[in-house]
Write a new protein. Structure first.
Length: 563
């Protein structure tokens, strides 16, 4: 099967928001595209939630589930109690009615499986061999520990999750049943693949909502639904909800809840550091727990109202479930720890130096690349997960240096002013043009103190000036002016090309042509007089000579006028 969460190509805009929010940095950025690294990803869904371009896509399993329903007359839905968060104002009864319209043979609450699991947790809390126990209802937390903190795997409660336990229970009662879990988690799609045989398909609430819309199935609202007394485990998807259902009858244990990936990571690190003992810890990857799962419509998302709705719907007693032995519900922990590459200090410093980080002071640790520190980013580059160009301050400095070098070194005078014609920048070539040694003596002054502002006004009004020949009498310079208005940054940019030397050379050429024409004219006049005196001797050739000389004079006069 394909990955539960994938990256859509071509729409990534290099904002690095997914990397910045990924708790395990399980994202590779290459060739302008951010891609999930499946073997590192814990499917918490943070990248899915924060991507402004919606580049992360949850695998669509609706067709697969529809196929199961069409081929099996006993497809049973296991509905997570967090449906009250995804579909506000409905009840289990109205949800069941809608799901039956989609073709399910029956619908049960996953909270039944939660009741089975919490009974196992209560027993584990009395096992003297266990010091710290971490709940294993959240598959993303399990993946976090097994992939990134494998030494903490010993603390995981090796008990099936409520989803798997419920699937097992349904199939024990209905041997031919196919079980479809409906919930707010992306990671559950992966969990049923890791632990096959318990549940046959997973749909997120987003997929379920879209499916109901396609089939025109309308969820009926129900105000003040009757509370089922035996439904305490409906509290499981709220923060601290697992603990609220447990007996918590071991006085030697401290019962704690931790929600949110960053908080979970901090807690795991404390456990590994030996700071935590004699504790049962309920861990959830989502802030607020499952009522704030990633696959819930944002329009419905509300932790507080969801918490209240679930507490109002939960009864005071447990669901009636049969007793399972520990062996029946024991969960195999694969322990697929990642092999992290080791990099020498020399290699890390080499990457840092290549992005302008030559000293500790240069390491801004701004996190604009998505990594918490420049050093972390350098390691990511060595791991092949990042590239040098992801350092925005470095790119900005390089671009600034590049543009400054061009502006400063070009022989063309450049002037930049604001919309009020107040000078913002004047390069050395322009300073030389106007006879000013320091740019500070120009910045802040009005362009009118240097030049006629007519062309600047035209550019500001939307008429760009391109290679307009002008003469500046105050500076005795001939220039070609190109002046444009940058509407986005509200500035006017003027670039001049000094053609004074060329113009002076052209003037000399024109004067030479005039002098030549004058001399030629005088010669012609003298020749004409001589022609008249010897006309009788020259005959017809005289007329031809006169015509030729007249044409020459006319040509010279014309060239003089053209110049």
């Amino acid at each position: 099967m394909s990955n539960a969460l994938v990256s859509k190509q071509n729409d990534c805009r290099s904002c690095y928001k997914c990397i910045r929010n990924c708790p395990t940095k399980s994202i590779s950025f290459q060739n302008g595209q951010a891609s999930l690294i499946a073997e590192e990803c814990v499917l918490c869904g943070k990248c899915y939630l924060v991507c402004p371009q919606e580049c992360k896509i949850i695998r669509d399993d609706v067709p697969a589930v529809q196929a199961i329903i069409s081929s099996n007359s006993e497809a049973i839905a296991s509905l997570a109690p967090s449906f009250l968060s995804a579909f506000p104002g409905v009840s289990f009864a109205t949800m069941k009615k809608a799901l039956l319209q989609l073709g399910f043979a029956d619908v049960e609450e996953t909270a039944i499986g939660a009741t089975i699991v919490k009974k196992q947790y209560d027993q584990l809390c009395h096992d003297p061999k266990r010091d710290v126990i971490i709940s294993t209802c959240c598959h993303s937390v399990n993946l976090l520990i097994e992939k990134h903190y494998p030494e903490a795997s010993q603390y995981l409660a090796d008990v099936l999750s409520p989803m798997l336990a419920h699937g097992k229970d349904i199939k024990a009662r209905h041997p031919n049943a196919k079980v479809i879990f409906l919930g707010p988690c992306i990671s559950k799609k992966n969990e049923i693949e890791m632990y096959p045989g318990y549940v046959d398909g997973v749909l997120t609430f987003l997929e379920l909502e879209r499916w109901m819309q396609e089939k025109s199935v309308v969820l009926e609202k129900e105000t003040n639904p009757a509370v089922i007394e035996k439904s305490l485990a409906r509290l499981f998807p709220t923060e601290g909800g697992i603990l609220e259902t447990m007996a918590k009858d071991n006085p030697e244990l401290t019962y704690l809840e931790v929600a949110g990936m960053e908080e979970c990571i901090a807690a795991i690190q404390d456990i590994l550091a030996g700071k935590v003992h004699h504790a049962f810890i309920e861990m959830s990857s989502c802030q607020g727990s499952c009522v704030n799962g990633p696959a819930i419509n944002p329009a419905a998302r509300s932790i507080v109202s969801s918490y209240l709705a679930i507490h109002h719907a939960a009864g005071k007693k447990d669901f009636d479930v049969r007793d399972y032995s520990y062996g029946e519900l024991q969960k195999r922990m694969p322990g697929f720890a990642l092999k992290k590459k080791e990099h020498s200090e020399e290699e890390i410093l080499g990457v840092l130096h290549s992005i302008g980080k030559s000293t500790k002071k240069d390491e801004l640790n701004c996190s604009s690349c998505g990594y918490p520190t420049c050093r972390d980013k350098a390691i990511a580059v060595l791991d092949g997960k990042a590239n040098l160009e992801m350092c925005l301050p470095f790119l900005m400095e390089r671009a600034k240096s590049f543009s400054n070098n061009i502006v400063e070194s070009t022989l063309n005078p450049i002037l930049v002013c604001d919309e009020n014609f107040v000078i913002q920048l004047a390069n050395p070539a322009l300073q030389e043009l106007v006879g000013v040694k320091n740019a500070k003596d120009l910045v802040g002054k009005n362009v009118a103190s240097l030049f006629d502002c007519t062309l600047y006004s035209l550019a500001l009004g939307g008429t760009p000036i391109k290679s307009k020949k002008i003469y500046l009498p105050d500076y005795e310079r001939y220039l070609y002016a190109t002046i444009v208005y940058d509407e986005r940054f509200h500035i006017i940019i003027a670039v001049y090309r000094d053609v004074t030397n060329e113009e002076k050379q052209q003037q000399k050429d024109r004067e030479m042509v005039k002098a030549t024409a004058k001399i030629t004219s005088e010669v012609i006049e003298k020749n004409m007089r001589a022609v008249q005196e010897i006309a009788s001797l020259l005959g017809e050739s005289t007329a031809e000579t006169k015509l030729a000389l007249t044409k020459l004079q006319s040509t010279l006069n014309k060239e003089d006028k053209d110049e």
